[in-house]
Design a protein around this ligand. Structure first.
Ligand code: WTA
Length: 650
């Protein structure tokens, strides 16, 4: 049994959930009256313009509707309503790559959001329901643009700035975006990098839906201007009024789309709601991060991912917190950058990915000791399982053995945390996401819905709908049902499949064991093997390809490709091909999807019906013994041949 770390009670004054008895009481309250309890929180936490008249409508399951009849505005919930009590409190503290700083109080943020919303409405004719794609660096204008969309009831879709022109184009077209908001570029590791040229390239083909591009100035580098299409944000926004009436939206009105990878096909546009999403973003901010009025909270994610949406922008602001936004990378100018910032801003909650922890551990094991990190109370991790070595260093060197580590398990589709310790209450076992949050009914099951026995691996499922869950896949409701809801039902309701494996121990602690499908988790970022394979296949000399995850010291998982060439002329040819393939991947998807390694093989293990046996390929790359039955393969000898090739390469 692993060691247990108890919360240091003296670190917490008046947490919302003080101990496991209170946790159990809350769980029980939801069990006794699920809808009533959610209804109570929704009433208490959201500033409704019109109250809802029904908590949960399951008539069209799994297309659940929450808080029907209610009207709200998410920008009002996150900014406008706080003017009454905290207009002069810092809402966003920004630190640039080169150390420049900018603080926006709630009042200033309110004015900026209003002016931007007015600009979007007056100049670009953005109305409720229109889609706006944001291709932005980590600067306050990213958050301001998201909130400006929310103010107008427009639906934003943020595309991570590391995605290529092709990937951006696919998302613009799928969302049928009317406006693209971007920046000239930004700074990374002391140097400017560019975004606008990527937008120019994306818009070269097939994006007739886009009427305008609004360009924020950040690095001041020269960029191409397309007359009649491109507009300078900084000049135009000056002329707009700081007053803007919020557009009221129904509870279920889509707040945003965020594209994420699945096991098959192109990325899917995960659609989130307004009321249910913001409710859970705020509640988890309060429960999991124990956010208090004087706290300064920092999440190092990028706004291009769901963590940036829920835990840099929406959650912290809905909770009235001070949220730090950082443009740079944690290792520049050195591996002490984060700790220097923690000291300077007196950060109370620090939230990052295990991949960053491993990197900072490796590059700067002694760096934390050089700074005063005593303001820290809670350390969070997200995105992938955390290994014991990284956990220990985070706990001891960064947290001085005083902080609670919240290992938060969730997904783009879940909107907010699902399984996580509560910092003042939950005794923690390292590497373990511990227990479902109150209100979340997470169960480990077999594919047919029978409960998985304690100590065995099963599928992580959420068996009751919850307010912040994905509503549908944009433009593809069938894919929504097929991707997440199998035939398995509990109490007559379709069960949500996360795609992750999990295990529960005898004390009820849940450990997430990783994806059970063809999604790879690279540095905490989701990548679909099908997407990478589609890119690799664009190379003229590739006959077949299979991509799998391979354990990686820093990234958690790296991308490994098995490639069958049409015409293999030897090692020199293979090396050249490797480079060419990665160039294609970079242009089709982006640098985050580059293959770390490739093996050129004569064939792939396939069943007689032509299905590639990925499980065998996954085992082979890990050097595991092949336990699968290979007799159903078209050519069983290929397994040994590939094994020999991999051995030779090592
Ligand atoms: C993985 C990120 C282990 C998981 C918020 C999930 C985790 C995928 C954890 C979602 C964790 C997330 N422990 N694995 N604490 N948190 N994951 O959509 O495989 O980018 O399905 O959302 O990350 O990735 P996504």
């Amino acid at each position: 049994m692993s060691e247990i770390y108890y919360p240091k009670k003296e670190m917490f004054t008046d947490p919302l959930i003080k101990n496991m008895c209170e946790y159990n009481d809350l769980v029980e309250e939801f069990e006794k009256d699920y809808e009533g309890t959610w209804g109570k929180y929704a009433q208490e936490k959201i500033d409704w313009f019109k109250p809802f008249d029904r908590v949960l409508n399951e008539d069209d399951a799994p297309f659940y509707k929450w808080f029907e009849g209610g009207e709200l505005n998410v920008a009002y919930q996150c900014v406008g309503r706080h003017l009454k009590t905290k207009k002069n409190k810092a809402a966003i503290i920004f630190e640039g790559d080169n150390g420049d700083q900018r603080t926006l109080t709630y009042r200033e943020l309110y004015y900026e959001v209003n002016r931007t919303a007015n600009l979007f409405r007056n100049k670009f004719n953005i109305k409720k329901g229109d889609r706006v794609v944001l291709y932005m660096p980590m600067i306050p204008e990213a958050a301001i643009s998201m909130l400006a969309c929310a103010k107008l009831g427009a639906i934003h879709s943020v595309v991570f700035g590391g995605f290529s022109a092709e990937a951006l184009r696919d998302r613009i077209i799928d969302a049928e975006a009317k406006l693209v908001v971007t920046a000239d570029g930004a700074f990374r590791k002391g140097k400017p990098y560019m975004l606008k040229p990527v937008v120019d390239e994306a818009l070269e083909e097939g994006c007739d839906c886009v009427e305008a591009v609004c360009v924020v100035e950040r690095n001041g580098e020269d960029i191409h201007w397309e007359a009649g299409r491109d507009y300078a944000y900084n000049e135009l926004v000056e002329n707009e009024s700081v007053q803007c009436e919020p557009e009221m939206v129904d509870s279920e009105h889509p707040l945003f789309l965020l594209y994420t990878s699945g096991s098959t096909g192109k990325p899917k546009g995960v659609q989130h709601s307004s009321a249910g999403y913001i409710l859970w973003a705020q509640m988890t901010m309060e429960w999991v991060f124990d956010i208090k009025d004087n706290d300064t909270y920092w999440c190092t994610a990028d706004v291009g991912w769901i963590t940036g949406h829920t835990y840099i922008v929406y959650g912290p602001l809905a909770a009235g917190a001070t949220t730090v936004m950082f443009e740079g990378v944690p290792t520049f100018p050195d591996a002490g950058r984060c700790w220097k910032m923690v000291e300077e801003y007196q950060i109370n909650q620090f939230y990052t990915a295990p991949t960053a922890i491993r990197l900072l551990h490796k590059m700067g094991v002694d760096e934390p000791a050089k700074y005063d990190l005593s303001s820290l109370r809670i350390l969070g991790t997200v995105g992938e399982p955390i290994d014991p070595a990284a956990w220990k260093w985070y706990y001891e060197a960064v947290g001085n053995s005083n902080c609670s580590i919240v290992d938060t398990y969730w997904q783009t589709e879940t909107g907010g945390h699902m399984i996580s310790p509560l910092p003042a209450a939950t005794p923690i076992k390292p590497g373990c996401a511990t227990f479902p949050l109150p209100g979340i009914v997470a169960e480990i099951m077999e594919e047919d819905g029978t409960p998985t026995p304690v100590g065995e691996k099963g599928f992580m499922c959420i068996t009751k709908p919850w307010p912040s869950m994905i509503r549908t896949i944009w433009n593809d409701p069938e894919r929504f049902v097929k991707s997440y809801f199998g035939d398995c039902k509990k109490d007559g309701k379709a069960v949500y499949f996360t795609g992750d494996g999990a295990m529960m121990d005898e004390d009820g602690y849940i450990t997430i064991t990783g994806r059970t499908d063809d999604v790879i988790n690279v540095s905490g970022h989701r990548m679909g093997t099908a997407e990478v394979e589609a890119a690799v296949k664009k190379h003229d000399n590739v006959a077949a390809v299979a991509v799998v995850g391979k354990p990686h010291e820093i990234k958690g998982e790296g991308i490994f490709a098995y490639i069958v060439l049409k015409d293999d002329e030897g090692v020199a040819d293979e090396l050249e091909t490797m480079k060419e393939i990665n160039t294609i991947i970079k242009s089709e998807i982006g640098a985050i999807a580059l293959c770390d390694d490739m093996a050129f093989v004569p064939d792939l293990p396939k069943t007689r019906s032509g299905k590639i046996m990925r499980r065998i390929l996954r085992s082979l790359v890990k050097g595991e013994a092949i336990t699968q039955d290979t007799s159903t393969l078209e050519d069983p000898s290929i397994v040994g041949i590939i094994e020999d090739i991999l051995k030779k390469e090592c």
